[in-house]
Design a protein around this ligand. Structure first.
Ligand code: ADP
Length: 436
């Protein structure tokens, strides 16, 4: 390239030299002016050819014929444009392939930009959400899925768990939205129709609730008869007494199980009541500790209480009593004799806080912790027989806390003890109400 430029510069110098010689010979400048004007004319002509070709490209894809630097310029431009064209073809093919694979997907795919506006989507998403390419591009996604839970979900930007909501075009269908952030903050939304799964889940819940309800009456009758028989059986009939005692213990356990199942079904099946009332957490903890003292005293256990006076949260008093009571009962049941249990409030910096129920009991192996709130999940079956637990306690606690926009954090060390923390967000904690 540099060589060509040198050649062009030399050619120009030659013209100037010849022009200069002729001007000296003719004793006037006009030969030089004529030659330079010719040169300029030549350059302008080549420039005009170049512009004309660029305007007609790509219909007329062949560059103008020329030699020297101009020829090289035309060919270089031609090569550049061709390379760009090929890259563009490849890119549009890739986009076409991506679009066709997206539309072949049975699940809906929606791409949102950083401002959560619709960018593109596939056929399944259009069908599920009622989107139209001609009118709905660049519209806010929440204009189509107006559910307050979706607005809160996107605002919170915690996409670890998918969100299940009724479909905007047909509320009888249930859609599950899984969101992933990618690129420079854009959103990739997968929309899955989970109506069948949801129905099955609903059937399971109804079945459990109905069976538990139906079992309640015969069990009450059975328990009543066992107690009557126990009262009327003399102590000398040892074998019968033992059998009746066992029947009484087991029927009480079954009653607790049924009550827990019904309670869990209620928690799962009904929406949390809004607005919640103000609950004095300090008074609740004092009363729960008093109730638990009898059981703890039997085992020489100490319950330490450190909840600030006047601490108030927004919630349902019965539900909170059940959750904290369950944690306290577990701590007493699973901590050995002379164990130490504490009920402590810790305020967090964001205005929320945690109510921790800790013990210095046997602890739980780390790999059990994530599954501990599943129904009937027991790390150690032998402990259960001893405590007579139902296996539903922590599932109930988790559900109650979810209904309070809160969560249960569990930490434990084998041989050292466990801590179950009810973490309340700032908008649930009213702080310390003045105590009269
Ligand atoms: P359960 O009725 O069996 O107590 P939960 O759901 O309340 O059911 O607890 C599930 C399991 O978690 C228990 O079986 C027990 O193994 C373990 N667990 C719960 N609380 C504690 C605790 N404070 N210390 C040790 N293990 C515990």
């Amino acid at each position: 390239m540099n060589g060509l430029l040198l050649k062009e510069a030399r050619r120009l110098l030659l013209v100037v030299a010849v022009g200069g010689l002729l001007s000296w010979w003719q004793q006037g400048l006009w030969p030089l002016v004529v030659l330079l004007t010719g040169c300029l004319g030549f350059y302008l002509w080549q420039l005009a050819r170049l512009l004309r070709w660029l305007q007609r490209y790509p219909d007329d894809w062949e560059p103008p014929e020329s030699s020297g630097a101009w020829g090289e310029l035309f060919n270089g431009l031609y090569r550049l444009l061709r390379r760009e064209n090929l890259a563009r073809d490849d890119l549009s093919q890739l986009i076409r392939r991506t679009e066709s694979s997206m539309s072949a997907m049975r699940d809906g795919v929606v791409l949102l930009d950083r401002r959560q506006q619709l960018e593109t989507w596939n056929q399944a998403a259009a069908h599920a959400l009622g989107l139209r390419m001609s009118t709905d591009r660049r519209q806010a996604f929440t204009n189509f899925v107006r559910h307050p839970q979706m607005i809160a979900y996107l605002e919170k930007a915690d996409f670890q768990q998918p969100l299940t909501l009724p479909a905007p075009v047909n509320p009888a269908r249930m859609l599950e939205y899984s969101v992933t952030r990618y690129g420079a903050g854009e959103y990739l939304l997968l929309v899955r129709d989970v109506t069948r799964l949801h129905r099955l889940e609903q059937m399971r819940k109804d079945f459990v609730a109905n069976v538990s309800h139906e079992l309640k009456t015969p069990l009450t009758v059975f328990k009543g008869y066992v107690e009557t028989l126990l009262d009327s059986t003399g102590a000398e009939q040892t074998a019968l007494c033992r059998a009746l005692n066992q029947m009484s213990v087991q029927s009480s356990r079954m009653e607790r199980l049924i009550n827990d199942l019904l309670w869990l079904a209620r928690l799962e099946g009904t929406a949390a009541e809004q607005p919640h009332s103000q609950v004095r957490l300090d008074l609740l903890c004092v009363s729960l500790r008093e109730e638990a003292t009898a059981l703890a005293d039997e085992r020489q256990q100490q319950i330490e209480l450190a909840v600030p006076l006047g601490l108030t949260v927004l919630g349902d008093v019965d539900e909170l009593r059940s959750a904290i009571g369950n944690l306290l009962t577990n701590a007493i049941n699973y901590t050995g004799d002379s164990g130490k249990i504490s009920l402590v409030w810790r305020a967090s910096e964001d205005g929320g806080g945690l109510l921790e129920v800790c013990d210095n009991g046997p602890g739980i192996e780390h790999h059990h912790l994530p599954r501990l709130t599943e129904r009937f999940y027991r790390p150690d079956a032998s402990r259960v027989t001893a405590t007579g637990g139902t296996g539903l306690g922590l599932a109930i606690v988790k559900h109650i806390l979810l209904r309070h926009d809160s969560r249960l954090d569990i930490s434990s060390r084998l041989g050292q003890g466990s801590c179950f923390a009810c973490c309340f967000p700032a908008h649930r904690v009213l702080g310390l109400e003045p105590v009269i």
